[in-house]
Ligand binder design. Structure first.
Ligand SMILES: C[S@@+](CC[C@H](N)C(=O)[O-])C[C@H]1O[C@@H](n2cnc3c(N)ncnc32)[C@H](O)[C@@H]1O
Length: 204
């Protein structure tokens, strides 16, 4: 395991996980409604403790949810059991060619693309390509470089032009707009960093 990968596990072990809101993402919910994304096979990359994966399963999606951290995946499995839904949780390195079977009609991440692009952008692009098919939708919720991070806190941030450059080889942009992450607490106060909500459709 690399140092980068170990540090994610350490953070879950120490509960140093400010992004782990425990509530389904309002932006994910909004996109499902607005774009009428109906239940299908979905891959959540960097799913953390599985709040959104369980939420998607409750909405009828067939969910595969992947994270490096064994602790996070264990918590996800517990949440799914408590909610009485099936989620195929996998502890794996998304950037190290895991096998998930058939391509997914919907791919989702909240806070994974903005991490993965710094570690292995080319590897991440390959993953998106490998696990999608023409017409698949990809929704990414990423930190937004239009807002400076207070004292280096909050998510890694990306510019709109970087996203467009990095994701447009295989995907057409459906819509890119700003939103605020919800459910994050910093120093005991709600913290709502600016994000990008980018919905993409795999090219024919
Ligand atoms: C910012 S957190 C977001 C977690 C979750 N999506 C959420 O919203 O709570 C990024 C997640 O990506 C996971 N991660 C980082 N690198 C990974 C990799 N190469 N493969 C799989 N998961 C990874 C981390 O363990 C962490 O759970």
């Amino acid at each position: 395991m690399t140092q980068e990968n170990r540090s994610w596990e350490d953070r879950y072990q120490k509960k140093d996980t400010p992004w782990d809101s425990g509530i389904p993402s309002t932006e994910l919910t909004r996109c499902l409604d607005q774009f009428q994304i109906s239940p299908c096979r979905v891959l959540e990359m960097g799913c953390g403790t599985g709040t959104n994966a369980v939420f998607l399963a409750q909405k009828g999606f067939q969910v595969t949810a992947v994270d490096l951290s064994g602790q996070a995946i264990e918590e996800g499995r517990m949440k799914a059991r408590q909610a009485g839904v099936q989620v195929d949780f996998r502890q794996a390195d998304v950037l190290n060619a895991p096998e998930f079977g058939e391509p997914f009609a919907f791919l989702f991440d909240r806070g994974f693309y903005h991490v993965a692009r710094r570690v292995d952008l080319e590897g991440f692009q390959k993953v998106l390509h490998q696990h999608s098919e023409p017409g698949s939708l990809y929704l990414t919720l990423a930190g937004n470089a239009n807002e400076a991070s207070p004292e280096g806190e909050g998510p890694p941030r990306v510019h709109a032009h970087e996203m467009c450059l990095e994701l447009s080889t295989w995907f057409d942009l459906v819509v890119l707009h700003e939103f605020r992450f919800d459910g994050i607490v910093r120093n005991g106060h709600p913290f709502r960093p600016l994000g990008w909500s980018g919905l993409w459709r795999r090219k024919a």
